[in-house]
Each structure stands twice: as structure tokens, then as C-alpha cells.
Design a protein around this ligand. Structure first.
Ligand SMILES: [Zn+2]
Length: 294
């Protein structure tokens, strides 16, 4: 027996994990190329050397993930991925969401870690209308203010203007359904942890139920290999790089000390793992996949 069939697409990239009574599902949105110039404190050769030492490809790429948090039927989607405007390898969120058993209209709440385009472009469809027709959007007060009320235009360099426009277009259809928070997100089982610096209101979220925990750390890390080997690096994507560095080390140390399961928007699929520290560097250890995780 033989076949002429040749697979051309990946099977849907979703992975469910029970955190106590809550079911968290990582939904892959795909990936995007990661230009090494973002690591501006490293010579390009040095960045390539680190990647090669860890048997990684050059050019580097960055996985992009979103997370469904199903808490007794209330469906929260944390971040929305690259959307349709950031290259052919991204924007898989809606297809993979449906493979996970959810439809876009099931999403009650979109909770944002921050408003960079690779996290909020998925809020809208190609025609600019809502991808999640029934959702409210919850975001940190400082984050919303920065992007939507003039500060981003004033403070960011000219080459970011297109990005600011992109961010505002993604948020526009939801403007009357935005809830801004400073401390509590008001969702049971989800606690906000301040991680400002990458953007003014960048926030990580701790999911807790029945004594089990998961830290979804947003953009603390974009390149696990480079930034965990060299955690002191400042990077170009951080709007306040000093504060971002403080937040990065704070969350990494928290993960190490608490031995807490972590997940991130740019950790490699299927994402869930733990962090340990050796000398000055951190090491990410993928949690072993189990068929009975759900
Ligand atoms: Zn990002």
C-alpha cells in the first residue's frame, strides 16, 4: 500500500491543561520572524552564536500564543495574536480556537497583557470588524491611556507611527466595551501582577484554582534562548527598558522561587514549563505533555 498524500499544513495547535477547576488552553497563533537587531546590546555575531550554541535556527523566529481560560463556563481569552496583517505564518488564532472546541462568539472577555500589535491585532477581522462579537476588553488603565489618548504618538519615534495606528484600529470597534483596571481585573481565579516596562501597563496574570497555579507572563521573554542566557539584556521592544529589566528579573525570580508553572506569549509551543536558575542564567524546562492533562 502506498499513498500520494503529502501533508501541507500542521494539525491544529492547541493544548489543554487543567489548573484546578479551571481549564486553560494554549492556542498557537503561529510565529513571526524575530530580527536580532532588537537585542541592541549584543553584536549580531554574538546573538547568532548564542542561537547556534542552543541548536536554534537563524534567522530566529518567535512563537505567538494566546490562552483561553475557561472558569466554570466564563470564557476569557488572554491576548489575540498577530491577526491578519503581520505575515503569512501568523493569524491562526481563530482556526485553532475552533479546533479547541470554542467559537469566537463564546469569548466573554478578552484580557490583554498589553497592546503591542502582535497581541491585539487578532481583535479584528481583515475588514476591521470585531473578531469577538460578544467580548468586553479588559486592559490596564496605563496601557489604554498610553496608546489611545495621545502619549504614544508624542513619545514614540516616527517609525512607530504605523504601529500606533494599527493598535488604535484594533481597539476601535471595542471602545464602548473596554474595562480599564489598576489593581484587580475582577475575574475569579485571575490575579494581575504588575510587570510594567515592556509597555507602560504591561501585566502578567496568575491563574489559581484548588491550590494549582499558572503564571502567564506576557512578554517577559521574546527569545527564550537569548534572554534566559543573558537576562541582563535590554531590548529595543521595551518602551521603558530599565523598568522592563526590573520586571523581567522580578518575574523570573518569582517563577524560580515559587517553582510555579509558567506560560508566555512567546514561549515555544506547547508552552507550559518551569524556570530554574544556574549562576546568572535561567533555564526553561518544558513540562512533559500528558494525554490526561485534560
Ligand atoms: Zn509580543
Amino acid at each position: 500500500m502506498s499513498t500520494t498524500y503529502k501533508p501541507e499544513v500542521q494539525v491544529p495547535s492547541v493544548f489543554h491543561k487543567k489548573i484546578g477547576d479551571i481549564i486553560v488552553t494554549v492556542i498557537s497563533d503561529g510565529n513571526a520572524e524575530l530580527g536580532l537587531e532588537v537585542f541592541y546590546e549584543l553584536e549580531k555575531d554574538e546573538a547568532v552564536k548564542i542561537l547556534r550554541e542552543h541548536l536554534q535556527t537563524v534567522p530566529a523566529h518567535m512563537n505567538t500564543n494566546a490562552f483561553i481560560v475557561n472558569n466554570n463556563g466564563h470564557i476569557t481569552l488572554i491576548d489575540t495574536g498577530l491577526g491578519q496583517k503581520m505575515g503569512p505564518t501568523g493569524g491562526r488564532l481563530l482556526d485553532n480556537l475552533s479546533a479547541a472546541g470554542y467559537s469566537a462568539s463564546d469569548v466573554d472577555t478578552v484580557l490583554l497583557t498589553h497592546m503591542h500589535p502582535d497581541h491585539i491585532n487578532g481583535l479584528i477581522l481583515e475588514d476591521g470588524t470585531k473578531a469577538f462579537p460578544n467580548a468586553e476588553v479588559i486592559v490596564h488603565e496605563k496601557e489604554y491611556e498610553f496608546w489611545m489618548n495621545g502619549s504614544a504618538e508624542e513619545q514614540l519615534p516616527d517609525e512607530w507611527k504605523m504601529i500606533v495606528t494599527m493598535v488604535q484600529s484594533a481597539m476601535e470597534p471595542y471602545k464602548d466595551k473596554v474595562v480599564r483596571f489598576t489593581d484587580s481585573v475582577g475575574l475569579p481565579g485571575i490575579t494581575a501582577i504588575e510587570a510594567h516596562g515592556h509597555t507602560p501597563g504591561h501585566t502578567a496574570y496568575l491563574i489559581e484554582s484548588e491550590g494549582d497555579r499558572l503564571l502567564i507572563w506576557g512578554d517577559i521573554i521574546q527569545s527564550p534562548v537569548i534572554q534566559l542566557s543573558r537576562p541582563e539584556l535590554k531590548i529595543a521592544m521595551d518602551i521603558d527598558s530599565e523598568q522592563a529589566l526590573i520586571s523581567r528579573l522580578k518575574l523570573l525570580d518569582f517563577a524560580v522561587q515559587e517553582r510555579i508553572r509558567v506560560a508566555g506569549m512567546h514561549l515555544d509551543f506547547p508552552v507550559f514549563g518551569y524556570v530554574k536558575k544556574e549562576g546568572n542564567r535561567y533555564i526553561y524546562v518544558q513540562e512533559q505533555w500528558r494525554a490526561n492533562d485534560i
